[in-house]
Design a protein around this ligand. Structure first.
Ligand code: ATP
Ligand code: MG
Length: 228
């Protein structure tokens, strides 16, 4: 399949009368894209637009020729999303069931689904959690399970909203390396500026607007001076 870019065309969004995204025009073509900004600057709103969880009040969000307003379900198959809050993402009673949940839509056999789940749990170093109740996991363990649930679907685009939150140093290092090695596009909201220095592009939001956009060096140094 030819590369399909996510694009935002004149996107503005309001919640409760307040403008939270302003006139965003972005073509997200690089393989590794970081999104930075102060708390409340609109980062989570922006990434939620990318898979149609939020349909902006103005403008369009497209994946190739498809718009999220009309094709959110199709787009979600290609755009995997790890939310900022893990509680929003865990649905099923046990870890293995939760990670397998999304696979139901992919028409795999039971054996294939189990194999895919076992493989992703092993890759993330959490095979020992497979039969544990999700509700009993620690915060970091929950985060790894949400990641497994999205990675197991092998989406073409992976959108992650502060995925390192709550992870210990070892898990951060593992996840950092893993994300850089993935074949998929990674779009990641993060406050970890040193890590984003390895990305291809960094976009900074401030009060719902794109205020900086370019190489990690240029965006991060200017952002630290003006907003950091
Ligand atoms: N459900 C909501 N109702 C009203 N306003 C909201 C709602 N959700 C978010 N907002 C507002 O939208 C703005 C952007 O929020 P958003 O969650 O995108 O910020 P963020 O950049 O992700 O911040 P953080 O770094 O704290 O996660 C904030 O001013 C927030 O108060
Ligand atoms: Mg956020």
């Amino acid at each position: 399949m030819a590369a399909q870019f996510l694009r935002l065309l004149d996107v503005s969004h309001r919640v409760g009368g307040r403008t939270v995204l302003r006139k965003l025009n972005l073509t997200l073509s690089e393989r590794r894209i970081g999104i930075i900004g102060r708390n409340g600057s609109g980062k989570s709103m922006l990434v939620r637009c990318l898979n149609g969880l939020i349909i902006p009040k103005e403008g369009r969000v497209m994946l190739g020729d498809l718009s999220t307003a009309r094709h959110a379900r199709t787009i979600r198959r290609h755009v995997g999303m790890v939310f900022q809050s893990v509680e929003q993402q865990l649905i099923m009673p046990t870890v293995a069931e939760d990670v397998a949940f999304g696979l139901r839509s992919l028409a795999l056999s039971r054996a294939e689904a189990k194999q895919a789940v076992d493989a992703i749990l092993a890759e993330l170093g959490i095979a020992h959690l497979a039969e544990r109740p999700v509700a009993e996991l620690s915060g970091g363990e929950k985060r790894l399970v949400t990641l497994a649930g999205v990675l197991v679907m092998r989406p073409d685009h992976l959108v992650l909203d502060e995925p390192m939150t709550g992870l210990d140093h070892y898990q951060r290092r593992c996840l950092s390396e893993r994300l850089l090695g993935l074949p998929q596009q990674v779009i990641m909201v993060s406050h970890e500026l040193d890590y984003l220095a390895q990305f291809d592009r960094v976009i900074a939001l401030h009060e719902g607007e794109v205020v900086l956009d370019g190489s990690p060096e240029s965006t991060i140094s200017a952002w630290k001076q003006r907003y950091g």
